[in-house]
Design a protein around this ligand. Structure first.
Ligand code: TEU
Length: 524
């Protein structure tokens, strides 16, 4: 009924492996645990799983510090467990995307151990080493995303190395051909095993401007904003050479079959629309399939702002560029914590009815809200370095509550992070049994997307609506569907009539108006 590839018509579900399901009683999730819970993912009705990193790692940044790109951390299992999981995912008709972390490795990666061993190391140039500035200080003013200088001094060699994130995450030098070849080989390793693609961590960071000039000062910065935002990351991100590498990654992925199975690349990119859109590349030389679009997370939650944002984003896309949307991740505040539980249902409807590939984050399908992490249980290195200034990422990384058994069925011991406090009532089993639950709303919306090409791949057109309402039309072939979302907690007059296919509320919809926090999908 349409000829869009799966990564355009389908939906992605992010699993944070530490927090999905523990199978071996250590309080941390693992691959066998994920395999055991695949029924939940399949029943939800998504098409692909994106798994945050499961590679060997000292876990300074919980897997985003990779010590071996071609293996599995013992905490999560081993390659055999991975192959079993992949087979089980495929057996359910789902796809599996891994998280590729190309900007930096762990400082415990043998490459970096070698590189750090001295200026003559054959791997010296696989990382970014520079002499001190004239005053002995760091080579330039660049700031780590997690605060402090992005340069770490190495007394043994008298040089600094660059780390855009933690000092345990030294930046790799993609200008070195041998490093680049080794990294592309790592991608091949997983493609050969059958993975369906990658989410590529901070892809826009992987090449730095030649000469390492100082970054300009951000005139809008003030205390209380994360320290990294004191500077504009002009010279440390979005370099033309990084786009060229993205095109090489894409060629590599396409060599595994652009049609049919279609291996997909999702690039984590934070940029304004015009520069963001360039990461699609050109039809002749494409880059990533989907440059991750974080604007539903970044913008204020009101109809006027979202309307302007959606229009600008749609208008910025190149003809061959497919949109995508996300409202939660392991880095962002929980959507229900941000907008409230009732409005989170509206957010779910928005995410699943805009034009473009949605990514859902584990736990959001249960409406998990605020989780306060006691000080002695904080684990997020960003929070530990700049307390209270970031989002406190632990709050979005708490374990999945499955049922009312001890530790919510996640583990047999106290989990690595606390559960959501309302887990005895807010868990998968409870919501499966409650037709009005968030989980059942997600299932219904995902089923509708499958049944209705207008929602999955149809054209998109904004409709006029009163203040507080976001309304749009989706059209495919002869099918026309409309979506009307009340982004406020008050009733609003809205001139609609038709057959309702989905509602965020329990009661009967009232033509001509929208109740507080009411979202509707209807056939006009
Ligand atoms: O995040 C990239 C990134 O830009 C983060 O600094 C993000 O802005 C921040 O976490 C929001 O509070 C990716 C991963 O998703 C993140 O988990 C890693 O810590 C980071 O890269 C380093 O690999």
């Amino acid at each position: 009924r349409h000829d869009h590839p799966w990564w355009e018509s389908g939906t992605v579900y992010q699993i944070y492996p530490r927090s999905f399901q523990d199978s071996d009683g250590d309080g941390v999730g693992d691959l066998a645990g994920i395999e055991r819970r695949l029924d939940h993912v399949a029943a939800l009705g998504v098409d692909a799983i994106w798994l945050s990193p499961v590679f060997p790692s000292p876990m300074a940044d919980f897997g985003y510090d990779v010590a071996d790109y071609c293996a599995i951390d013992a905490l999560f299992g081993d390659l055999a467990a991975f192959d079993r999981l992949l087979a089980a995912v495929h057996a359910r008709g789902l796809r599996l995307l891994l998280d590729f972390v190309p900007n930096h490795s762990s400082d415990q990666h043998p490459w970096f151990v070698d590189s750090r061993s001295g200026r003559d190391s054959p791997k010296r140039d696989w990382y970014i080493w520079r002499d001190p500035a004239a005053d002995g200080g760091p080579p330039n003013n660049w700031i780590s995303d997690f605060g402090g200088s992005a340069w770490e001094y190495d007394p043994a060699s008298g040089q600094y190395y660059l780390h855009a994130f933690l000092r345990q995450q030294p930046d790799l030098n993609w200008r070195n051909p041998a490093l680049k070849a080794a990294m592309l080989d790592a991608m091949r390793f997983w493609f050969d095993r059958g993975v369906d693609g990658f989410r590529i961590d901070v892809l826009w960071h992987i090449v730095k401007a030649d000469g390492f000039p100082d970054n300009p000062v951000n005139p809008y910065w003030r205390p209380g904003i994360t320290e990294r935002d004191r500077l504009i990351q002009q010279h440390s991100t979005d370099q033309p050479e990084a786009h060229a590498i993205a095109a090489e990654m894409r060629a590599l992925a396409d060599a595994y079959g652009a049609e049919g199975r279609g291996r997909v690349l999702i690039g984590e990119i934070f940029l304004p629309n015009d520069r963001h859109a360039r990461w699609y590349g050109t039809p002749e030389r494409p880059q990533v399939h989907l440059p991750f679009n974080f604007q539903l997370i970044e913008n204020a939650w009101d109809a006027a702002t979202l309307r302007t944002m959606v229009a600008a984003y749609e208008a910025s896309l190149p003809a061959h560029g497919w949109p995508n949307w996300v409202i939660g991740s392991h880095d962002a505040p929980r959507i229900a914590a941000r907008v409230g539980e009732a409005q989170a249902r509206v957010a779910a409807m928005l995410l699943l009815t805009l034009r473009g590939t949605p990514t859902l984050y584990q736990g959001d399908e249960l409406g998990i809200g605020t989780v306060d992490i006691p000080p002695d249980r904080v684990r997020d290195p960003q929070e530990l370095r700049q307390p209270g200034i970031g989002i406190g990422r632990d709050r979005s990384r708490t374990p999945m509550p499955w049922d009312t058994s001890p530790f919510a069925g996640f583990s047999t011991v106290e989990p690595w992070l606390p559960l959501n406090p309302d887990w005895p009532t807010r868990n998968v089993a409870a919501q499966k049994a409650d037709p009005g639950s968030m989980l059942m709303l997600y299932r219904h919306l995902l089923a509708l997307r499958r049944a209705r090409p207008a929602l999955a791949v149809g054209n998109f057109r904004l409709l006029d609506a009163a203040d507080g309402v976001l309304a749009y039309e989706r059209r495919h072939g002869g099918e026309v569907l409309r979506v009307a979302l009340n982004l406020t907690a008050r009733a609003i007059t809205f001139d609609w009539v038709g057959d309702v296919l989905a509602s965020t509320l329990d009661g009967a919809p009232e033509p001509g108006m929208l109740y507080a926090n009411e979202g509707l999908i209807f056939k006009p």
